[in-house]
Design a protein around this ligand. Structure first.
Ligand SMILES: C[S@@+](CC[C@H](N)C(=O)[O-])C[C@H]1O[C@@H](n2cnc3c(N)ncnc32)[C@H](O)[C@@H]1O
Length: 143
């Protein structure tokens, strides 16, 4: 079992990504923090892409904080691409409970101001040789 706190894992993952990118890493803005409490300040993004983070938010208040951050941080007309465990995905990951979604239930979480553009279920083959069903869902932020 991995007992490292999330932040330590994220820092390790980011260091690894920086090493892989080499000199190009200087062209990337790197942020580490709890996404339910984070603030990007005045930064606005064209695209928000989350793979396998949102489904760890089992507390409705944490999900609401996340969605408010997306609302504040994505430009009007920008895109949100979410990847979560699908309806037949695992119930837990790394020993932690997760929430599984289909396109409608995920879209219902985001609510007004986001228009669903498409969705797809796919099978992710993990390095451990297991399969995990993922939902990819993309929507547009109202202009
Ligand atoms: C399964 S990994 C996915 C990593 C990467 N996005 C990918 O697709 O390979 C889940 C990640 O969610 C991060 N995470 C979970 N809860 C978080 C939170 N409240 N704030 C920021 N990151 C969080 C963990 O630190 C971990 O890096």
């Amino acid at each position: 079992m991995n007992t490292m706190p999330c932040k330590a894992i994220s820092v390790t993952a980011i260091d690894f990504s920086k090493q892989r990118l080499g000199a190009l890493a200087e062209q990337v803005g790197w942020h580490v923090g709890d996404i339910t409490q984070y603030d990007f300040g005045s930064k606005k993004f064209d695209l928000w892409h989350d793979r396998a983070v949102f489904h760890f938010l089992t507390d409705p208040a944490a999900r609401q904080a996340y969605i408010e951050l997306v609302r504040r941080s994505v430009k009007p007309g920008g895109y949100v691409l979410m990847a979560t465990f699908g309806p037949n995905g695992p119930l837990k990951c790394s020993g932690l409970d997760v929430v599984r979604y289909d396109a409608q239930s995920l879209h219902n979480e985001f609510g007004e101001g986001f228009s669903l553009q498409g969705d797809e279920l796919t099978m992710h083959h993990t390095p451990m040789g297991t399969d995990q069903q993922f939902l990819y869902c993309w929507c547009r932020v109202s202009q």
